[in-house]
Design a protein around this ligand. Structure first.
Ligand code: SF4
Length: 516
């Protein structure tokens, strides 16, 4: 038996969306506060944690492969604790433990507040007892729905994970995520999120504004508000419940939002953060649901210059029949009306979208409609995926995955080709302009050439002009590569754009000497 050991080392790897990235940051912050150390080498770690994603088959397969590797490792290092947290733990639960006995703990996204306790228990429990305890630990998945359903009247322990976040300047590079909404009530027929993350729950606005203020005081320049359907945010202050002086999150409805509802709307929350945290330089939000995007939000963005002109609005298909099967709750005409409203109010905004090709029963005619929409919509980029059925969703249960893989692949490639042309045209409009860029990192190309000491190495679309090529984003979320220095990470610099490619812009720091 190892005994209580909070100097133990943890390796944490994250798969999936920004929500998972934030969950991992909050978990790490909690565990660091308890004395655990995080390391980059999983083979040397006492605890290996995978924060998982179930949205696509591909993401799950990566995790299975990691679990297999750790299983081999545990044959020689049997004290290593393997934990699977996040959406796969929630979706698969006991079945996963039965198939992979090397897993010691499972923890769904609705139970992350209990993760430190679980890890402590595991480190204190000898291997034989640990094996017997697995059945007990399965109880930590499957609770998302129950917890969310009773939140209005009970303490929301998950909220404590957000409230306990660390604001240390060492733990960010000038940007941070802030969760405003958890879960989703939309039940799109292909999506596991309502099952894995539970019902929609909105955090109190005062708590969110306060968190943003503390992050900015700790040096954060850019905040991204997160929600599965972020614009559905609504908090009814008149119905707020407090437990021990802490205002509790509220369960959301599934109805279309009216700006006249009492309480704080998403537009009002944006305005409050912008106005009450004046030193915040950039405010972003993802992901928006097209059905609930009111003019009040557009007007708030228009009148507040530090809210980024960037909207991510997944359309998924341009066939109304397919949208109905997907249970998206809007028509393509309503979606395009939203694009018109955005461009009228925010002519400088960039819009990104998502598309699924090869959804059950998708015909060539449906696909042609999607191709046409892609040509005329002017998305700065579009995440295009081949449909893959996810167990537990209504599409998986009720619809036949009847579009052959080769057809899905062809449709996917056709859409990608169209989007490449659209993205290039949008990027070309920026050539010759000087744009403010939030510097995120050394580019992958520069990072790789540092590691390989071979400056000729290139990765994908990145150029091989400099070993200090930096990567950042405009307010409209366009990726910009420029020659700079790592000390600029976390700041906003002006970059003169010189070249455009489908995936990125290339430029020089404004005012930098011109090299012939
Ligand atoms: S809106 Fe639809 S696709 Fe997005 S998280 Fe909710 S159910 Fe999933």
């Amino acid at each position: 038996m190892r005994g209580l050991d909070r100097s133990a080392t943890i390796y944490l790897e994250t798969f999936g969306c920004q929500m998972n990235v934030l969950d991992s940051q909050l978990v790490e912050s909690q565990l660091r506060g308890l004395g655990y150390r995080f390391i980059d080498d999983w083979r040397a770690a006492d605890v290996v944690l995978y924060n998982t994603c179930s949205v696509r088959d591909h993401a799950e397969h990566k995790v299975y492969s990691r679990i297999g590797e750790v299983g081999q490792h545990k044959r020689r290092n049997e004290d290593t604790v393997l934990g699977v947290v996040g959406c796969m733990a929630e979706r698969e639960g006991a079945a996963m433990l039965a198939r992979y006995p090397q897993i010691d703990l499972l923890c769904g996204p609705g139970e992350l507040d209990k993760l430190p306790l679980l890890i402590d228990n595991m480190l204190r429990t000898d291997l034989a007892r640990r094996t017997r305890r697995r059945r007990e630990n399965v109880a930590l998945q499957g609770n998302t729905h129950r917890r969310s359903g009773t939140l209005a009247a009970a303490e929301d322990r998950l909220e404590m994970v957000d409230l306990a976040r660390s604001f240390s300047p060492d733990e960010h590079h000038g940007s941070a995520y802030v969760r405003i909404t958890r879960g989703c009530n939309k039940f799109c027929s292909y999506c596991v999120v309502p099952q894995t993350r539970g019902a929609e729950v909105h955090r109190p606005p005062d708590t969110i504004v306060d968190e943003c203020r503390q992050l900015v005081e700790a040096g954060v320049v850019e905040i991204t508000l997160l929600g599965q359907t972020v614009n559905h945010y609504h908090f009814d202050d008149t119905a707020a419940v407090s437990v021990d002086g802490v205002r509790q999150p509220q369960v959301g409805g599934s109805a279309i939002r009216s700006p006249n509802l009492p309480g704080t709307s998403f537009a009002e929350l944006l305005a409050r953060i912008h106005d009450e945290v004046p030193d915040l330089q950039r405010l972003r939000f993802v992901t928006s649901f097209p059905r609930d995007f009111g003019d009040d939000i557009l007007e708030t963005i228009r009148t507040r210059p530090r809210i980024c002109r960037y909207l991510h609005l997944p359309v998924q298909s341009a066939s109304n029949r397919i949208l109905r099967l997907m249970n998206r709750g809007y028509t393509v005409e309503q979606y395009e009306d939203l694009l018109v409203r955005i461009r009228r109010t925010l002519p400088d905004a960039e819009i990104a979208s998502d598309l699924i090709c090869g959804f059950p029963s998708e015909t060539e005619e449906d696909h042609a409609a999607t191709r046409d929409l892609l040509r005329r919509s002017g998305f700065k980029n579009c995440f295009i995926f081949k449909y893959s059925p996810r167990p537990g969703t209504s599409a998986h249960e009720k619809m036949e995955d009847d579009v052959p893989e080769a057809v899905k692949r062809r449709r996917n490639n056709e859409l990608l080709e169209i989007q490449n042309g659209v993205s290039r045209a949008i990027h070309e409009r920026y050539v010759g302009r000087t744009v403010p860029v939030f510097v995120e990192s050394v580019s992958r190309r520069a990072e790789k050439s540092r590691n390989t000491a071979d400056p000729s190495v290139t990765v994908g679309w990145e150029s091989a002009q400099s070993t200090t090529q930096m990567c950042g984003r405009t307010g409209g979320d366009l990726i910009v590569m420029f020659d700079g220095e790592p000390g600029q990470i976390g700041s906003i610099v002006d970059v003169q754009i010189e070249q455009a490619a489908p995936l990125a812009l290339f430029g020089q720091l404004a005012g930098a000497p011109v090299v012939p």
